[in-house]
Design a protein around this ligand. Structure first.
Ligand code: CUA
Length: 341
């Protein structure tokens, strides 16, 4: 019998293919502390999603071992050699046909039953003690309203640890999807419909959120930031949001304020006591936010000025028009907006 060792070139190809496969699947150690990981759950919903994921992974591992093991056994048992037995044909074997149809139906049940249970469980009617948050997904940013506290904010979702939050999801334009990987699976945000999502954050921290349904040119730029506060801190945030914005006496910021009040800004944005526009994000406490333009970049004077000068350049398709501000004007506006803490 002639034995052939794999050639050097086929070994190289195999190594290259494995490398490409690992890269393509984003496999690596960073999977465990990646900001968008789903396998580090930080809420009850996240844990349940992770449990279903692990159940499916282990089930498929068992199926993989059974199928591949059977395949290897058959390859070995009926390998080409003198006097080898011939495999028995099983075409039309009724018992086998019925058994493996039932086996696959069982696999679907193992996956389907807990999945459907969690979908219903996370849509239960909220209690009066739950935190109510109305989420509006818009092209391409997120609005968060807290009707119990009369607060409207954008792109930064604040939640208390250990209290169930009831999200009421709605979209005024197209379908979006509300997704905070650390806190659980996605839920669609659909026009003319209010979808509910119930979850209780369990670990304080900051978690990135992302629109997970293609919704147009800047879908990938439709991000948000979730801040889960430790006990007591959330109430401080609520009080700060309910108070009128603190303003600065800095001349540049004052110049920015009058510019804001005189320009088209007021038609789209609300700043408590200054303007009442409803189209763009509420900017009442804009200076207290860490990021700008749906968590696209840090909220710094330079970034805010660049954004005002050309929003479409930073977020393609952005609804905010270029108002033709000069560099000096956009710097004044940035100073004013960032003073609104
Ligand atoms: Cu909104 Cu994708």
């Amino acid at each position: 019998m002639i034995k052939r060792l794999p050639s050097a070139s086929s070994v190289r190809t195999a190594i290259l293919l494995t490398g490409v496969l690992l890269l393509a699947t984003s496999c690596g150690w960073s999977l465990w502390d990646n900001p968008m990981t789903t396998v580090r759950p930080r809420s009850d919903f996240g844990r349940w999603t992770d449990e279903i994921f692990m159940l499916i992974s282990w089930t498929t591992l068992v199926i993989f071992i059974a199928v591949e093991g059977g395949l290897l056994y058959v390859c070995w048992r009926f390998r080409d050699r003198p006097g080898a037995p011939l495999p028995r044909q099983i075409h039309g074997h009724t018992v086998l046909e019925i058994s493996w149809t039932i086996a696959f139906a069982l696999v679907l049940l193992i996956i389907g039953i807990p999945t459907i249970k969690i979908i219903f469980k996370t849509q239960e009617a909220p209690a009066a003690t739950d935190l109510h948050v109305e989420v509006a997904g818009k092209q391409w940013w997120w609005e968060f309203k807290y009707p119990q506290f009369n607060i409207t904010t954008a792109n930064e979702l604040h939640l208390p640890v250990g209290q169930t939050a009831a999200f009421f999801l709605n979209a005024p334009d197209v379908i979006h999807s509300f997704w905070i990987p650390h806190l659980g699976g996605k839920r669609d945000v659909v026009p003319h419909r209010v979808n509910r999502l119930m979850m209780t954050p369990e670990v304080p921290g900051e978690y990135p959120g992302q629109c997970a349904e293609y919704c147009g040119m800047s879908h990938a730029n439709m991000r948000f930031r979730v801040i889960v506060h430790p006990k007591g801190e959330f109430e401080q945030w609520v009080r700060a949001q309910q108070a009128p914005p603190a303003e600065s006496n800095d001349p540049l910021a004052q110049q920015g304020k009058s510019l804001f009040a005189q320009s088209a800004c007021v038609g789209c944005h609300t700043i408590a006591g200054v303007s009442a526009g409803q189209i763009g994000p509420n900017l009442t406490h804009f200076g207290g936010r860490k990021s700008l333009a749906a968590n696209l970049m840090p909220n710094t004077p330079a970034n805010v000025a660049r954004w005002i000068e050309n929003p479409d350049h930073m977020k393609p398709g952005a609804r905010m028009p270029n108002l033709g501000m000069t560099g000096e004007q956009s710097q004044a506006l940035a100073a004013y907006l960032l003073s609104l803490k």
